[in-house]
Structure formats: structure tokens, C-alpha cells
Design a protein around this ligand. Structure first.
Ligand SMILES: Cc1cc2nc3c(=O)[nH]c(=O)nc-3n(C[C@H](O)[C@H](O)[C@H](O)COP(=O)(O)O)c2cc1C
Length: 187
């Protein structure tokens, strides 16, 4: 037996992306975005409503995307619950420490070990003054502490995903097979 759940924006896994931007005074902001992913070969995309972050991206034409982790789950949820428009000490309260990217005009955060630095490609559509954000990946910055033999170690990163059906964060980490390889045995 199967059951129809209707038209839902449900995908497994949904990422927990933390978008980093600067406002007109050079103050950093961060927000949580789960409606996002890879676009084309060198781009990322996020369904972005109208936020302080959205205005900042339009202004600076740049942003960063960090991956929320097990260690940062409280801060990562908080930056998705509170707007910098209402809480000027948002980053301080989240315990996040921004520093400027040397590739784009947007902040990285000491607490997030893996970050994609992006230039704005487009932000079109009509999602409450937001739209479909598309950014070109200029660089990927990684804290060496999550590398093993110079490669990203998912167990050390412990990225979290958003379970939209249950409103939960789930941690990733179990490796089960080699991609582009395990299916070959059926070829
Ligand atoms: C789990 C989660 C996922 C979210 N995903 C998105 C998203 O994909 N797009 C979006 O526009 N807002 C999303 N939000 C809401 C923003 O993060 C939130 O409105 C935030 O306060 C905006 O901050 P700002 O106004 O300082 O930019 C999400 C929030 C949470 C908690």
C-alpha cells in the first residue's frame, strides 16, 4: 500500500545552508536556507524570500554558503528564526564570528569549516520580494581540521540536513558505498 501526501516541497536530503552577507554598513548577517542546492556545473541556487540577506545580496552581488554542522545546530537554527532587521546583535547571540572572504564581498564564519564563496548571477522571480538566487562558485574554503589525506572528511564535518516532513535536523556521516562504482556490478 502507498499513500499520497499531496504537493509538498519535500526532498531527501535537504541541505542546511547558512548564507553569509554584509549589509550597507559592512555588518555581517547569516541566515538558514534549506531550499537550495547545486545548479548547473559551477553554480548554486536557493529559493530566497525577502530578507535582510536578500537585500544584502542585491547590494553586494556576493554571498557565501556554509554547511551547518552537528556542532553548530543551535546557532544554525537561530539564524533561521531571527532576522537581523529585528535583532541587531543576531550574530553575537548566535556566537558566530565573521571574517571577510578574500574572494568576494561577503563573510565566512570561524564556526563553519566548509564554505562556498559566490558571486551573484541572478535573483529573479517574485517570492515576496525575493526570488530564485543563483550564484557562481568562485571558491570553496575549508578548515584543515575537517580534512583527512587532503580530502573533505564527512565524518569530521558532520553536516546536517533538514527533514521537512518532521521539522528535524539529521546528521550525515555513514558511508555505505563507492559512487560511480557500486552500480557497475549490475552493468
Ligand atoms: C530550517 C529553516 C530553513 C529555512 N529555509 C529558508 C529558505 O530556503 N529560503 C528562505 O527564504 N528562508 C528560509 N528560512 C528562513 C530564514 O532563514 C529566516 O527568515 C531568517 O530570519 C532571515 O534572516 P535575515 O532577515 O537576517 O536575512 C529558513 C529557516 C529555517 C529555520
Amino acid at each position: 500500500m502507498r499513500k499520497d501526501l499531496g504537493a509538498k516541497t519535500l526532498l531527501y536530503p535537504m541541505p542546511v545552508l547558512i548564507i553569509g552577507t554584509y549589509d550597507q554598513n559592512g555588518e555581517a548577517d547569516a541566515m538558514n536556507a534549506a531550499w537550495g542546492g547545486i545548479y548547473d556545473y559551477n553554480q548554486v541556487t536557493v529559493s530566497l524570500a525577502g530578507h535582510v540577506t536578500t537585500d544584502n545580496i542585491r547590494k553586494n552581488k556576493a554571498f557565501t554558503i556554509s554547511f551547518a554542522t552537528k556542532d553548530t545546530v543551535v546557532a544554525s537554527d537561530y539564524v533561521g528564526l531571527v532576522s537581523k532587521a529585528r535583532e541587531n546583535r543576531k550574530l553575537e547571540k548566535a556566537g558566530l564570528h565573521p571574517f571577510k572572504s578574500n574572494k568576494v564581498n561577503a563573510p565566512l564564519f570561524e564556526e563553519y569549516p566548509l564554505t562556498i564563496e559566490c558571486k551573484l548571477v541572478s535573483l529573479d522571480g517574485n517570492m515576496g520580494e525575493g526570488g530564485t538566487l543563483v550564484g557562481e562558485i568562485v571558491n570553496v574554503s575549508v578548515d584543515e581540521k575537517i580534512l583527512t589525506n587532503d580530502k573533505i572528511d564527512v565524518k569530521k564535518l558532520a553536516p546536517i540536513t533538514f527533514d521537512a516532513a518532521n521539522n528535524k535536523y539529521i546528521v550525515l556521516g555513514e558511508e555505505i558505498a563507492d559512487a560511480f562504482k557500486v552500480g557497475l556490478k549490475l552493468k
